[in-house]
Design a protein around this ligand. Structure first.
Ligand code: NDP
Length: 486
């Protein structure tokens, strides 16, 4: 057991130990050392949380969007005022560069809370008038909803789900990943000070197959918003179907970066590098398959290999580091085993391909060099399965049709980026790629109002903007005779 931080569940406005009394270690992956104890929660903790949420619901719903927004903004203020602590915690828990936590993770978590707090005020129904009838719709919260988030962008994705659920007037049972629970715990510690009535926000920590499964299978959590792997999503979806739950699934990806020979070469190389290796390749949106027009293939390959091998990798606390540690030993080993498979499949590793030993305090940490592989066909495991690490493959294509065939040739359909200076081609190819998000001459450019989600095995439903708020509500139709026209 760690002697450091003791994480607790947040239930009914109180920090509570798990009913089991059991904890497990949370590891800092950059130094391979335990720094916190994580509650191993079970159905007994869940029962307490559901009861607290149900008790809190009438007041939270009755409070109205304006007052709910003020409380959510206060929570955002508190995180902002303590941003440095959150940034350090995210870095320690996940292994990603501190600079990335400061530039992306924590600011976006704050932005999520503020955006949905305000967007909640816009949520409303519609009216439908005919000579005989007058109807209107009400958007009403469910009551208690469940959110389950992954480890790759811990607080960012936790708040991406939490904020719309709360703004729409629901009470929440939330479970962050057991691998990265710290910032969700820190957020929950500010809930009372922000003014949340007790029971509105409940955060349970523990193992996915245990407390995660209990949450999603509980008969009184009628809506579930899940972000994570496709296999887990499938399990939650089928479990939810038996209880007729409403389920939103944001799942895995095997995203193409498509580079045409008329692209701005330097921008495309840097774009492909950032898409491939940001957050050690552990973003569902990462471009892990780089497709390059054959006329520039060799030149592009050599430039990308050069840029990738120049990326600084090491202690995530250092300001000039671009790649930190992978999230866990198990995940590092999984990614390394994918590299073995790539070689067995005939892939040529052009750069990287190994665990990186970082001298000093991070000598035991879980680092992998940015890796580029070529020479593999579309239908091999390396080009079909999500690796979720700093690994990209390169494939040449002849023309637009072949580019689209390769881009669409996996079971996934989350995101794609296209690099071309021909605007018409950009629009044409974007329209034909089967993915929920397509970027032209950029990657990971986000506007929180836009729909976010995947096609095929990358997900079910769309989040973002009003859609997320609508997901967390039931729309009720009320009709009466049209008195005005009678
Ligand atoms: P997992 O599917 O393993 O876990 C996601 C969450 O589900 C975690 O909180 C996990 O808990 C929990 N969980 C695990 N098993 C169950 C279960 N049986 N019932 C309920 N909950 C469960 O994914 P990872 O955490 O490994 O995240 C990486 C995956 O997430 C990648 O595939 C990535 O592509 C995807 N992802 C998708 C995004 C999108 O928007 N489409 C964004 C980010 C990631 P615990 O960690 O405690 O096991």
């Amino acid at each position: 057991m760690a002697n450091g931080i003791k994480i607790q569940n947040f239930i009914g406005g109180q920090m509570l130990p798990p009913a089991s009394g059991e904890y497990f270690d949370s590891i800092n992956p950059a130094i391979a050392q335990s720094f916190a104890d994580v509650p191993d929660s079970d159905a007994r903790d869940l029962e307490l949380a559901v009861t607290a949420a149900e008790k809190a619901f009438p007041a939270w719903r009755g409070m109205g969007a304006e007052k709910r927004a003020a409380i959510m903004h206060k929570l955002a203020d508190l995180i902002e005022a303590n941003a440095e602590r959150f940034i350090e915690a995210e870095c320690m828990d996940n292994g990603k560069p501190l600079s990335l936590c400061a530039a992306v993770d924590i600011p976006r978590a704050i932005a999520n809370l503020r955006f949905f707090a305000d967007a909640g005020k816009l949520l409303g129904g519609n009216t439908y008038e005919s000579p005989g009838s007058y109807s209107y719709t009400l958007r009403q919260p469910f009551g208690t909803v469940a959110i389950i988030s992954p480890w790759n962008l811990p607080l960012l994705l936790f708040t991406w789900k939490l904020a719309p659920a709360l703004a729409a007037g629901n009470c929440v049972i939330a479970k962050p990943s057991e691998v990265t629970p710290l910032t969700a715990f820190m957020l929950s510690a500010f809930a009372n000070e922000a003014g949340f009535p007790k029971g509105v926000l409940n955060v349970l920590h523990g193992r996915g197959p245990k407390i995660g499964a209990a949450i999603t299978q509980h008969p009184r959590t009628p809506a579930i918003s899940f972000t994570g792997g496709t296999a887990t999503g499938r399990e939650i979806y089928s479990g939810g179907a038996k209880l007729l739950k409403k389920v939103s699934l944001e799942l895995g990806g095997k995203n193409p970066t498509v580079v045409f020979d008329d692209a701005d070469f330097a921008k495309a190389v840097t774009g492909a590098k950032m898409a491939g290796f940001t957050n050690q390749g552990q973003i569902c949106l990462c471009g892990s398959r780089v497709l390059v027009q054959d006329t520039i293939y060799e030149k592009f390959r050599d430039a990308l290999v050069k840029e990738a091998s120049d990326m600084s990798i090491g202690d995530p606390l250092q300001p000039d580091i671009l790649l930190g540690a992978l999230v866990s030993k198990a995940h590092m080993e999984k990614v390394l085993s994918c590299l073995d498979i790539a070689e067995q499949e005939g892939g040529r590793i052009l750069t990287g391909g190994r665990r990186k030993i970082v001298p000093g305090r991070c000598a035991e940490g879980y680092f992998i060099e940015p890796t580029i592989i070529e020479g593999l066909p579309l239908h091999c495991r390396t080009n079909q399965e999500e690796i979720f690490g700093p690994v990209v493959t390169l494939m040449p294509f002849r023309d637009e049709d072949e580019a689209i065939r390769l881009a669409n040739g996996t079971e996934y359909g989350l995101a794609a980026s296209i690099w071309t200076e021909d605007a018409a081609r950009g629009e044409r190819v974007a329209a034909r790629i089967d993915s929920g998000i397509v970027w032209v001459n950029c990657w990971n450019m986000r506007d929180l109002r836009t729909p976010f989600g995947g096609m095929k095995n990358s997900g079910v439903g769309r989040e973002g903007g009003l859609r997320a708020l609508e997901f967390f509500t039931e729309e009720k139709t009320v009709s009466r005779p049209n008195a005005a026209k009678a």
